[in-house]
Design a protein. Structure first.
Length: 138
């Protein structure tokens, strides 16, 4: 479903950050940003219903056993969208509506359009089990 080009790697790292549990997605190039954007677009547009980031050849995941992105019903989105099942290697399940994934598309698109270092937060601090931060060229 997604392009597996070795040149577009992005790094996903789970750690205890300044605001609590954090999942940082480092996009080191425009190609890696476009790859993540396409993943979010597939979820938002209905061409995909689940993506296991930890299984993608182009994603380097550390600190997590699993990182699964899923589409939930098209109804209203629940407030808490990201759950972490703790353990030595936690599992993360991020469930959003298609509109929620569209919001992620929009936030990543801002980074791509600027084509300069920056970051966006994709989950809610104090509500979700971890804060997802997407960092572009930082």
């Amino acid at each position: 479903m997604f392009k597996n080009s070795r040149t577009s790697n992005f790094v996903v790292d789970y750690y205890q950050g300044a605001y609590g549990p954090t999942i940082r997605v480092d996009l080191v190039s425009l190609e890696s940003a476009l790859e993540l954007l396409n993943i979010f677009k597939a979820l938002a547009e209905g061409t995909g219903s689940e993506v296991k980031l930890h299984e993608l050849e182009t994603a380097k995941v550390s600190g997590l056993r699993e990182f699964v992105l899923r589409v939930i019903s098209d109804g209203p989105e629940v407030e808490r969208t990201l759950s972490v099942v703790n353990g030595e290697n936690p599992s993360v399940c991020w469930d959003r509506s298609r509109n929620g994934w569209k919001n992620c598309v929009d936030l990543v698109q801002v980074l791509i359009d600027s084509n300069s270092p920056g970051h966006q937060y994709l989950t809610k601090e104090g509500i979700d089990d971890a804060l997802v931060e997407v960092s572009f060229k930082e």
